[in-house]
Design a protein around this ligand. Structure first.
Ligand SMILES: [Zn+2]
Length: 464
């Protein structure tokens, strides 16, 4: 018993010493990060080279340094995005398959899932993800800070659950350059939209014509009642769109309803309102002796996660930089004309592929922000569409991205529970409203695309 307590005491003293040393190292790194002398993705390397803290011991200190750096910059604390004792991955090998497994050091399942053999550690370690700052189920990366102006004046501290790859580093670099050029100019729509559609099949064109007439006359009375159905999310229904199609089933009619929402996603709201409208319209048609063969919610025409330029979900957001051409060329050592040609080449390539939108880095950055913040929708397919553009305007070069359909509810409500880690990420990033979310997303996509485009034009990408 006595021996045990001695041992424990010694251990505790040892721990205190380690903690003390860690504190000193973290402070040193944070100071360097603040000076801008140390890029965030080089903290592990700095600890190893300058302070002889070798892998795997440097990984936790590096993550902690980035956390503290973010905490000091934002005044917010990491609480739910936890930092485990061993935040790194270990390379293991299966003797039978000679296959290298990379496992989270906390993973106690040490068997090869192909053959069941016990894996052997190769004693090689790496960070869990680039710019790792915390998280055990999802690995959070720091992706720089970006200033935005225009429709919103803010600075965002970017956190992404990006996964493998150098994306977070590229975005950090892009943010740094964009801030140097005065920040990103953003445009964000006041309202987000959500759509639901009613579909009818009529036997004759005459019946369809009569139905349109009845519905049209009923709308002024119906709309306030539809709005009442969406009062909890502040939805307001706009003009209805009629689309007529002939099919071998008969004469089709789509009546598409779109509503505006300020801070909610509104998807459930518009569904409820159109469900209500369906019952009321059916009563009216019956009264007018207009009987459809079929009256349903026509999901095929309501923009439900469909990659189409006519999709009516979400909110428009864009971000761009405007830089004098001479400054651009001087600072980046890139010919502006070549840069614009590249953007055009890239965008045309996407069109030739039959893509209704361009999707580059945005296709990774956008889902990474949804994963980090844990907001709804969980499937951010429609929100991942983007366009890019570059042109010379007078003396300036303009480069920008557009996100036509950013759909989000940033409030944890009946529209979707946001777990504590997600709310913490939103808070640290600096996102309070759905408009903030869209602006932050557009600015990060701009940073990622801009940095990538520069690397490609400089022929640095995939250059082995
Ligand atoms: Zn095996």
């Amino acid at each position: 018993m006595r021996i045990f307590s001695f041992k424990k005491e010694a251990e505790m003293k040892n721990n205190d010493r380690t903690k003390g040393k860690e504190k000193t190292l973290v402070k040193e790194c944070v100071d360097q990060l603040k000076d801008g002398k140390l890029p965030p993705w080089k903290v592990e390397e700095e600890l190893e080279k300058k302070f002889n803290l070798i892998p795997p011991d440097n990984f936790r200190t590096a993550a902690l340094s980035r956390q503290k750096f973010i905490e000091e910059g934002t005044g917010k604390k990491f609480r739910y995005i936890g930092l485990p004792d061993k935040p790194y991955k270990v390379r293991n090998q299966c003797d039978m398959h000679k296959f290298v497994w990379e496992l989270d050091a906390s993973d106690e399942n040490q068997s090869c899932s192909l053959c069941g053999n016990q894996l052997k550690s190769l004693g090689q370690y790496d960070p869990l993800v680039a710019n790792y700052v915390g998280g055990t189920e999802d690995y959070y990366s720091f992706a720089g800070r970006i200033r935005v102006s225009g429709d919103l004046e803010k600075e965002f501290t970017n956190l992404l659950v990006y996964g493998t790859g150098l994306g977070p580093m590229g975005i950090t670099k892009g943010c740094f350059l964009i801030n140097k050029f005065g920040g990103a100019e953003v445009k964000v729509a006041e309202f987000a939209r959500a759509a639901r559609c009613l579909g009818f099949v009529f036997k004759t064109e005459e019946l369809r014509k009569k139905a349109i007439h009845i519905i049209d006359e009923f709308l002024p009375e119906l709309k306030p009642e539809m709005n009442a159905q969406m009062s909890d999310v502040g939805g307001r229904v706009g003009p209805a769109e009629y689309v007529q199609v002939e099919s071998h089933q008969g004469f089709l009619l789509y009546v598409d309803f779109t509503a505006d929402f300020e801070n909610f996603r509104g998807h459930g709201g518009i569904s409820r309102a159109v469900g209500f409208a369906k019952r009321e319209i059916e009563k009216r048609l019956q009264k007018g002796k207009v009987k459809p063969e079929l009256c349903v919610i026509a999901q095929g025409y309501d923009g439900d996660l469909k990659p189409s330029p006519r999709n009516k979900r979400g909110r428009y957001a864009s971000a761009q930089i405007r830089v004098p051409v001479h400054k651009f060329e001087e600072l980046l050592k890139i010919n502006a004309r070549e840069f614009i040609s590249f953007v055009d080449l890239d965008r045309t390539g996407a069109q030739k592929l039959g893509c209704p939108f361009y999707s580059g880095m945005g296709g990774e950055i956008i889902p990474a922000l949804y994963r980090a913040t844990k907001v709804n929708p969980r499937s951010c397919l429609v929100s991942s569409f983007q366009n890019i553009y570059a042109r010379v305007d007078g003396e300036d070069l303009i480069y920008g991205v557009e996100l036509p359909n950013v759909e989000v509810g940033v409030l944890s409500t009946h529209e979707g529970l946001i777990p504590p880690v997600g709310r913490e990420a939103l808070d640290i990033i600096g996102i309070q409203t759905a408009r903030d979310f869209a602006a932050c997303m557009a600015a990060q996509v701009l940073a990622g695309e801009f940095n990538l485009a520069l690397e490609i034009v400089r022929e640095r990408l995939y250059d082995s």
